[in-house]
Each structure stands twice: as structure tokens, then as C-alpha cells.
Design a protein around this ligand. Sequence first.
Ligand code: 8YV
Length: 322
Amino acid sequence: MSKPRIIVTRKLPFAVEERLKKIFTVSFNASDKPFSNAKLVEAMKMADGVMATLGDNMDAEVMEAGAHGRAKIVANFGVGVNHIDLDAAADHGIIVTNTPDVLTDATADIAMTLMLNVTRRTWEHENTLRRGDWSGFDLVSGLGMSLRGKTLGILGMGRIGQAVATRAYFGFGMKIAYFNRSKIENVKIPGAQAVATIEDLMEMSDVVSLHLPGGADNRHTISRSRLALMKNTAYLVNTARGEVIDETALIEALQQNLIAGAGLDVFENEPEVPQALRDLVNVSLLPHIGSATLETRNAMGMCAIDNLVAYFQGIAPPNKLV
Ligand code: 8YV
């Protein structure tokens, strides 16, 4: 029997490409240039399965192409699927899978990195040093905020939210408060307080860390009015999706020192990052590297392959979303 044909939309880690090649007939994207919509449509028509990722606009037209063409599965390389129209996939009988769990630790580590970067002002200090402007040790300038004893407000207490809370509580001595839309059982962090509203969380936290999925439901959850509830000594950290924050309102809040700072790994219109944001000193900005370790990207790739293998063996893929 001939091997199923898979089209991969982006360049993959070496070990992942090697394993894929052994199992499937694969078209890789050696240039790593993101596919246009026309190319995604074509891929769904031509291949038996498509491995896609963040930035691929898998909209209703793309799903329809699968329904009329060959591909009946989209294996997403990544946990977030806000770039995939899941309703259209379901309507057209296209299976969509993702790669949860394997990137939880890496993403939680980046949330902590951002939290430490902004509260300890590492960007500012490193830049002073690199510019050659460090005039020597002193006792009073550029002081940051200690995390111990401060309240971390986690918005979205899923896998990644809980991993951040664990690090912050056990590693850094923070108190944990959280808001989650549905009730969460078994939070294993002593004293972790579930609050009734997002507003409560914004008001009480010294650091707010966002762990909500992207997509229309959560667009601008962090609105101008909710930002206004934060203490002016508080920090905001986002490793989720850029659209969760009203970025314009955040820039204004930072410019006016309504909050102390922000650590951001994701942006509303990636890879565009507004100049006004880049001009600020009270921010730490990273180019969406939450899952960017070799170990994690390999594990994500293997997970995406496992989903494809199961599908072509006629078994339910382990991480089937629709
Ligand atoms: C990934 C992410 O890097 O998995 C996700 O949802 O946001 C990232 O950490 C991205 O999806 C590309 O693989």
C-alpha cells in the first residue's frame, strides 16, 4: 500500500522531519516561507493530511478544500488553534489535532522569565551595560520589585497556568490567586485562591499572568477598563495570545505609568510589534518563543506525527479537537 502523502507548511526540527519521512510521503517547506491561503487550499486538495502551525490561516475556505479534495486531517504543530476555524473543520468533516502538554514547561518557564525580566528590570540594566554606560555598583538606582510574598494572579488556570503557579509558589514564594471560567478541581498549590471575577484578579494582583486561549471569545479580555483596575505597581505578563490584550490600551497604560510594566511573548499582529511598545523601557519583549527549546519542539513534532499515525491507522488521534 502506498504511504499517505503529507504536506508540511513550515520547516520542522531535523528529528521530526526524519521520522515523518520514514512513515509518510512528505512535501516539506524547505524555504520556511509561510503558505499563502491559495497554497493552503492547494495542500488540502492534494495531500492526505496537512501539518500546519501558528500563522497558517486555516479558514473555512481551506477546510472546504479538504472536504472536496483529499485531506481529512490537519495536524497542528502547537497547542493553540486560534488560527484554525474549528467550526468549519467540524462542518466539513476535517479532523484537527494539536500538541498539548509537551510545551507546558517551556511556556511556563518563559512566563517566569518575563516576570523576572520586568520586575528586576533586566532589559534596562543590560542595555545600560551594553551601551557602556554602567558607571559602577551603586545602592539605590534601578531597583526592582521582589516576587516573594507578592500575589500572582493567573488568568486561565489550565495546564500552563498551573505550571506557572507551581513555579511561582514553590520556587519564588509568591501567593497565588486565579480566575478560570470553569471550576478547577485539584489545584495543588497551598492557599491558591479562586476569585469570582477577572476584575477581582486585576485589582488584587502584583503580577497578572495570562494563560487563556486566543480566538474571538477571549479577544481583548484585558480591556482598557480592566487594565485601569490594576495597581500602578503591578505587572502584566502574556505568553498566551496577543489578541487577549487590547494592545493599544496597554501601550497607553504603560506610557502613562498606570501599571509598572509588562512582559510580552505574543502580540496582536505578529510579527508586527508597534514601535510605541518597542520604545518603552518598562517592558520585556520576546518574539513568541514560549515553546522554543529543541527538546520541546521535537516533542511537539513527535506528538503531531503520533496524531497523524493514529488517524491513518484508523484509530482516534490522541489529541483530536474536532
Ligand atoms: C508554538 C504556541 O511555538 O503551541 C502554541 O500554541 O503558542 C507556541 O508556543 C507555536 O504554536 C508554533 O509551534
